[in-house]
Structure formats: structure tokens, C-alpha cells
Design a protein around this ligand. Sequence first.
Ligand code: CMC
Length: 433
Amino acid sequence: MESKFTQSGTAQITIDGKSYDLPILKGTSGAEVIDIRTLNKQTGKFTFDPGFTSTASTESQITFINGAEGDLRYRGYPIEQLAEKSTFLETSYLLMHGELPNTSELKQFTDTITSHTMLHDQVESFFYGFRRDAHPMAMMVGTVGALSAFYHDDLDIEEEAQRDLASHRLIAKMPTIAARAYKYSIGQPAVHPQNDLSYSENFLNMCFSVPAEKYAVNPIIADAMDKIFILHADHEQNASTSTVRLAGSSGANPYACIASGIACLWGPSHGGANEACLKMLNEIGTVDRIPEFIARAKDRNDPFRLMGFGHRVYKNYDPRARVMEKTCHAVLKELNIKNPVLDVAMALEDIALNDPYFVEKKLYPNVDFYSGIVLSALGFPTSMFTVLFALARTVGWISQWNEMLEDPNQRIGRPRQLFTGAAARDYVPASKR
Ligand code: CMC
């Protein structure tokens, strides 16, 4: 990756009366950053920033978010346009290569991905090692990590062609692994990939067809699935992406790095939020109970938070939430589902958006607010929601991993700490404690 930042000024920091100059760097969009790479060398001090709320951990040219405006762009293209006009595989090519493919590039990319959809037959035995009621995310972390055992010895991550091969394998095999985890968790036989279907059709077929019956994928549902994958494909330096970069910064195997991203994504503050949001909407149950839950969310002594609301970066409506809301209505209409939870969601959104607490704190619906309703309408149990997120985010993770390895400024990630533990002391034998 060729660096594209320029120096736009100089910041000065004064410590004990002595001033130090630090360059201010300007990218192509977004906030400027103070380059503190020489700070420790110059001053002997580190910075303190738990949760990285003020820290840019890397230069990147993939995804841009303007949280104040509610803008999300992949390689410059607004998410709304991609969700409406592109497909997941075309968007994947864009994320990986930086430009939209022409017709023959897209065909070649699609053929390449399609030719890697099958799992090595021995991967099947990993599934049989899991308890029959294992959470599908547990199976995803384990099985994706296990791919490193199949593709390790011959993998040289310094070589672009080999990185590409690993990237294609991951994008291609994630739907097969995700669907296999689902089938295993419900005790149904594995359905193998069918390469005459599109990426999303194939995934739905592997999840919902059974050997005993004919199954045809509904094109409107496949389109909704594809949109959901596009919306989740990348989100710049979020917790799971930073985890993948940190794991990869040591030169680790890419399958193991992606497994670390899946582990991070699992938590309820990140990918697990849509599961938590749907549970919350079901718990609220009826519109008249909304004020009770709003009051709880505002109560500092109550740990309850309105799930699907608020975001570290968006201080405006999450643009993905708008597309998700539209998709949600389209899916429920197509499937002729009347879901009272949707009524609760719409009323809750309306009330919260007009409540001074949420307005002042700039808490808006995020992508997870409507996605749980759509995914359950598509037929997925809540335990699969984060799995679908992981499937879609794999292309983002792998694009960021590739970018990191091509970055001349890349070094092993090694944050520092502000130590407040015990001072040095001598060991005391157990008999004298
Ligand atoms: N309900 C009620 N109050 C909230 C909420 C919420 N959902 N979110 C934030 N706040 C309050 C919070 O209590 C704090 O108040 P105060 O300043 O009085 O202490 C203030 O808003 C700022 O919150 P924060 O926790 O400092 O903000 P953060 O940037 O660290 O947290 C968040 C972001 C997403 C973890 C948080 O908003 C949250 O827990 N939301 C619910 C979970 C959720 O929907 N997560 C999905 C995120 S989108 C998916 C993804 O991209 O991974």
C-alpha cells in the first residue's frame, strides 16, 4: 500500500516547560491526526487511551465513516448505493482490490470463489467433535481456526498470490461452514454447496434445504440476504477488525487471524447486539410497555441499555439501519408475516428519537436494530445472527489483513499500559504469609 497522507501542520506538546513538535497528518477524508510515533523517543512518555477512543491505529484506504453525518463508504462508494445496485461478490471484489470489477473481472472473481466453496472432507470430523447443542459461533471460531491446520505449511503470506488464495478460500468457505454449523446445531444432515447458485442463494440453500424435499430459493429473500451481507462487509477499524490486524501483525496464519476476529465479534457490544436487540423487543412485547424500558435505559443505576441504539462512531442515524429497515419491510411483505415485534420496534424508535436523553447523547438506531427482525423472518434462529455477521465481515477482515501486510509502516502491534499495581516486593514463603 502506498501511503497517501500529507503533513498539514505541527502540534506542540509542552512537558515540564520543554516543547516538542509533532506532525499533524491529513488523509483524503476525515479528521486529521497527530503523529505521536516519536513521542516516546522524544519525551520518554506514552499516551493513555483505553478503548482507543482518540487513536488512529493505522492508515487505511478501504472504508470511511463520517459518524457525525451518518456516512459509510466502501472505497469511496456510499453504502446505500452498493446495497441497492451491487451484489455481495462485486462488493467483495471492490473491498479487496480497491475498484469495482469490469464484467470479465467479476466473472473471473465469481468463478474463483465458486471453485473454493467445498470444505475438505476431514473438516466434517471437526463438527462431530462438538456437542450437539453447541452454539454455532463456537463452531465457527473452532472450525475457521482449524482451517489453518489444512492450509499452513504451504502458505507464505509474503507472497501476494498466496494471500489471494487464502482470501478467496475464506470468502468461499465461510457460507459452507456457517450453514454446516447451523445444520449440525439442529441435527440435520449437511447440504453441500451448489455452484450454479449465486453466493447468497447457495448459502440459503445450504441452510434451509433438506435431502428429503425439493427447495427453491425465493429470489426476493436471496436479494435481502445479499443486501444484509453487503451492509456488514466492512466497518473500518472496529473491535473485531482491529483484533484481526493485531493477530496478523505477528505474521500469524490468516485462518487463525480470522478466527480471532470471529471471537471478538461474538460479544453483545459488537456482533451479538442484534441477538440481544431481538430478545429485548420480545421482552418489551407490546407498545404500552415501551416507556418502562425507556425509563430503565435512562436510569444510571440500572445496567440495562436499549439494544440496537448508540454507536461508538455514529452520532447520527447509522446509514445501514435505514437500508435494513427497508429490507425488513420488503421481507415481511414478501413472506406475508405480520410481526408484532416490528410494531414495537417502530414505536420504540419513534419514542427514543424524540426523547431528550437519546437526543442529547446522540443515540440513534444502529444496524442491529432491525436486522434481528429480518433475520428471524428469513428463518434463522437468534444463535445464527452473529454467524451471518461473521460470514459477511470475513471479506472486510481479509481485505484489512492484506492491506496491513502491504503497508510499509506495519509493525507488530504492541500497546503500552499505565501500571498501577504493586511496586517491586520480595517473595514470601507460604508458611510466612
Ligand atoms: N441505551 C442507553 N444509554 C446508552 C446507550 C443505550 N443503548 N448507549 C449509550 N448510552 C449512554 C451511556 O450510558 C453513556 O451515558 P453517560 O455519558 O451518561 O455515561 C453515553 O450514552 C455514552 O455511552 P458509551 O458507552 O460511553 O458509548 P460507547 O461509544 O462506548 O458505546 C455502544 C457504544 C454501541 C457500546 C453503546 O452505545 C451500546 O452499548 N449500545 C447498545 C449495544 C448495541 O446496540 N451495540 C451494537 C453496535 S453496532 C454493531 C457494530 O458495529 O458492531
